[in-house]
Design a binder for this molecule. Structure first.
Ligand code: HAM
Length: 421
């Protein structure tokens, strides 16, 4: 039997209902903050991700699903959505519309990482991206929207980690000082980090290996190198978060795994999911639009990882998964009864009431078993005797109560009875 690909997973019906509800909550809350939905494709030219995420990042070096298609174009299954949204923003000249532009997008991403709990090769994100303002108010509003979403899901034990990565003015000096520090401590670093010193030294700061963490305990902090504009911006961000009552932790090690970030960066982490603790991450990327060939437009955004989010939602048990809706099973005995029941079934379904029946000839016992398996909340029984008497029997499967309903007032009577019981 052909099995699914390692690191990919099926979202089966018992999970999918809850996923859809949480996706709808995200869409609802984000729309309330003025975000419009965008649906970019899942595949793009490989160069888009190389140029935006950065040649020397783990994602580009090791994790992308990149291949030449049958026409010879080198394409990549998107490892993230930000680059695609920026590409669409430039390609369709969305910057011509006045004011700040806000987009959200929901969908699958692909990274060929080592699969483990909370880390998949196909995973899902909901992204929010804002174009056209460098204001710290926008950074804060985004974090506020994110925590509003998590609060609506009643999630606990989440911490917002926040840092500033400065800009092209102040980061080079920090990078230089960091590199000298890392060179002095080279012997204590893991092999990956030794390589990172030349290619992507900032990433050494968030290496999870104990010896590296120990060795970089006294490494220079970017926040000590910020130019006055970046320092002022960051001060405003943290000040406004405090005023709004959004709790956060300053985290000078937070560097993120994508190269496009400038200034504010943040992650929301939990201690409830083991090693894969980041539920959401984002920040400013003020140079990316220009770097990809667009105008000089500042931007900021974030992405929430749905697999990790859904684990937290299940632990919190705060979102009803919709199974408490009435589910009506029609138990029909005889051909005439079945054709009557079938008409009601179609009408109930059209009204949005989940209803089922046994389409083959079966005895009452077997039909009741089927109703039970399907978790019916109500069973409507109709046979020759009921047709004769003009009343059908409706059985509430939870309370075991039965009532008679007039056959000639169906299915309205049935609809009313199931909402009442
Ligand atoms: P990221 O930190 O790479 O950022 O991913 C965001 C979230 O996606 C992570 O916090 C995590 O919850 C989830 N995630 C990432 N990789 C996996 C995986 N292999 N399996 C399961 N979940 C995963 C970005 O992708 C940026 N584009 C975010 C952004 C938007 N920055 C600005 N705008």
């Amino acid at each position: 039997m052909i099995q699914l690909i390692k690191g990919f997973r099926d979202i089966l019906p018992d999970e999918a209902g809850l996923w859809r509800q949480v996706e709808m909550m995200a869409a609802d809350i984000f729309s309330g903050f003025g975000f419009l939905e965008m649906r970019p494709p899942v595949m793009e030219k490989a160069d888009l991700f190389k140029r935006s995420i950065g040649e020397h990042t783990d994602i580009v070096e090791k994790e992308m699903y990149t291949f030449a298609d049958r026409g010879g174009d080198v394409v990549t299954l998107r490892p993230e959505a930000t680059a695609s949204v920026v590409r669409a923003y430039i390609q369709h000249k969305l910057y011509n519309t006045a004011g700040v532009q806000k987009f959200y997008t929901i969908g699958p991403m692909f990274r060929r990482e080592r699969p483990q709990k909370g880390r998949y090769r196909q995973f899902h994100q909901v992204n929010a991206e804002v174009f056209g303002t460098a204001s710290p108010y926008m950074d804060v509003q985004l974090v506020f929207m994110l925590t509003t979403f998590f609060d609506a899901l009643a999630l606990k034990n989440l911490t917002v980690h926040i840092n500033s990565l400065g800009c092209s003015e102040c980061r080079p000096l920090f990078r230089e000082r960091l590199c000298s520090f890392l060179e002095e401590n080279r012997l204590n670093l893991c092999n990956d980090c030794k390589r990172r010193i030349d290619r992507n030294p900032l990433r050494v700061l968030d290496c999870k290996v104990d010896t590296c963490r120990q060795a970089t305990k006294d490494a220079p902090a970017i926040t000590d190198f910020l130019c006055s504009d970046c320092a002022g911006h960051f001060e405003q961000v943290t000040g406004l978060l405090t005023e709004l009552g959004v709790g956060f932790e300053l985290d000078r090690r937070l560097v993120r795994g994508l190269d496009y970030y400038t200034r504010t960066t943040f992650e929301v982490r939990t201690d409830m999911l083991g090693a894969q603790s980041a539920v959401a991450g984002g920040g400013r990327y003020d140079n990316l639009v220009k770097m990809l060939g667009g105008p000089d437009v500042p931007a900021v955004g974030f992405a929430v990882g749905f697999e990790r989010l859904m684990e937290l939602v299940e632990l919190a048990g705060s979102v009803p998964c919709g199974t408490e809706r009435p589910r009506v099973f029609m138990a029909a005995l005889g051909e005439k009864a079945r054709s009557i029941a079938f008409k009601w079934l179609c009408e109930l379904n059209r009204e949005g009431v989940p209803a089922e029946m046994c389409m083959e000839e079966r005895g009452l016992k077997s039909q009741m078993k089927q109703a039970d398996k399907w978790n019916a909340t109500h069973v409507a029984i109709v046979g020759d005797a009921e047709i004769e008497s003009g009343n059908i029997i409706l059985r509430n499967m939870n309370t075991k109560q039965q009532e008679e309903l007039p056959l000639d007032k169906m299915p309205e009577c049935l609809g009313r009875a199931i909402s009442r019981l």
